[in-house]
Ligand binder design. Structure first.
Ligand code: 7TS
Length: 412
């Protein structure tokens, strides 16, 4: 069956998603969160029907089974991103919490007032406000890499900003607004040359392309389960083992300790050291099933399906002369996300009218206010695609936009 499924088309994949069968919608907001296939929904339901208990605590079979499911999930994640060991995988609530853990447990503890932290202008607020806060608390300086005229980080920009004195480079692999794919491997190499560590925000990349932490030489890498078919509430933090071993925990309490005395505590080894409190086993089980689902399709096939959707959507949108599209024009360097504006119509009006015809897109600043301000975009509409989207979804978007044009024609 693997062979058969690996050839699956988006039209076949779509049938695995009950919500897309139950609702008459073109769901074009997978950048915000993805829908879930039956396989993930059933894995979570079965976990609660058959295996639920608090892991790491009971000597009884059910608790051992919950622990096994949790550990197996980490092994799958480690393989999915080619980490050396599941001990390098920490579960959090989402990419945001993973970034907060790094900022607090690594950033605040390792940065001083003469250091610089470097991010890019296209960062999501989660990878921006967190570092602002580290700088406020330590006196370090926050600097930015800016995009060129093609919405990309040029080599000159990378080389002139990543210089001695920079201690942390935190950058997104894929922009959630522009769709720009950043050359993280090159950025990591440069960061290491000047003695900095690299934090990779893979929230918009891990669901859509093969991510290999060893090939990238990432020191930290984060993503959210809910953007890759898994339930909400499970996030991943990858960290190199030697770095995690030296870090202090961010959250304290049960399950992250070794021995506790009245005045002193020794901590467990990573990853448990960073996972205080009862873990999200159902989320881990769902993430496991989501990775199985994606690997069954094959990440190369995922990329292929999305590239076709992007090409079709981009071409169709380009035909509409009342639309302005943002982001790289070279589609090879771009993920399946398109931010755009309808001339003289506010994005919120566009998305409201599209909603009337069942088209779900996002409008606003997409948690990237500095990017919008820098590029003088105000706010934008954004369509983002995933493996269950079809050309019909895109046709609905295009027809909806023509409807917007009709309604607003006297202002255009
Ligand atoms: N980093 C990037 C690049 C993102 O796109 C997002 C979420 C996050 C981090 C944070 O993820 P979370 O799961 O912790 O919330 N981006 C979006 C979006 O584009 N629309 O809604 C959420």
């Amino acid at each position: 069956t693997t062979l058969f499924r690996s050839k699956m088309t988006n039209n076949e994949i779509r049938k695995d998603f009950p919500i897309l069968e139950n609702q008459d919608i073109a769901y074009l907001d997978s950048g915000a969160t993805t829908q879930k296939p039956m396989q993930v929904i059933e894995a979570v339901t079965n976990y609660y029907k058959q295996s639920n208990a608090n892991p790491h605590r009971g000597a009884y079979d059910l608790s051992i089974e919950a622990t096994r499911a949790y550990d197996e999930s980490k092994e799958k994640v480690a393989k999915f991103i080619n980490a050396k060991s599941p001990n390098e995988i920490i579960y959090t609530r989402n990419a945001t919490e993973s970034l907060n853990l790094i900022a607090n447990s690594y950033g605040i503890q390792n940065v001083t007032k003469n250091d610089k932290i470097l991010i890019s202008i296209m960062e999501h607020h989660s990878n921006l406000v967190t570092w602002q806060n580290v700088c406020k608390k330590t006196g370090a300086t926050l600097e930015y890499m800016y995009t060129n005229e093609n919405y990309e980080l040029s080599d000159e920009e990378i080389n002139s900003k990543i210089v001695p004195g920079v201690k942390i480079v935190a950058v997104t692999q894929v922009s959630n607004v522009l769709g720009t794919i950043n050359d993280v491997k090159k950025i990591a190499k440069r960061a290491h040359e000047v003695g900095a560590i690299i934090v990779v925000d893979a929230a918009q990349s891990a669901p859509h392309m093969k991510v290999d932490v060893q090939d990238l030489d990432a020191d930290f890498l984060v993503f959210s389960g809910h953007k890759m078919l898994a339930p909400m509430g499970i996030g991943v933090l990858y960290g190199k083992e030697e770095i995690l071993n030296k870090m202090e925990p961010f959250n304290l309490g049960g399950d992250m300790i070794e021995y506790v005395y009245e005045q002193e505590t020794t901590y467990a080894e990573p990853p448990m050291k960073f996972e205080a409190g009862t873990q999200n086993v159902n989320g881990a089980v769902g993430l496991s099933a989501a990775i199985d689902y994606l690997e069954n399709i094959g990440m190369e096939n995922v990329e292929k399906i999305e590239a076709e959707l992007l090409k079709y959507a981009y071409e169709e949108l380009t035909k509409l002369d009342f639309i302005q599209i943002y982001g790289p024009t070279n589609l090879e360097k771009r993920a399946a996300v398109i931010a755009f504006n309808v001339k003289n119509v506010h994005p919120h009006d566009v998305s409201t009218i599209l909603n009337n015809s069942g088209v779900c897109i996002r409008s606003g600043h997409h948690c990237a206010q500095p990017l919008h301000r820098k590029l003088k975009m105000e706010s934008t509409c954004r369509a983002s695609f995933y493996i269950y989207n079809t050309k019909q979804d895109i046709d609905r978007l295009i027809n909806g936009l023509k409807e917007v044009q009709k309604i607003f024609s006297k202002y255009m």
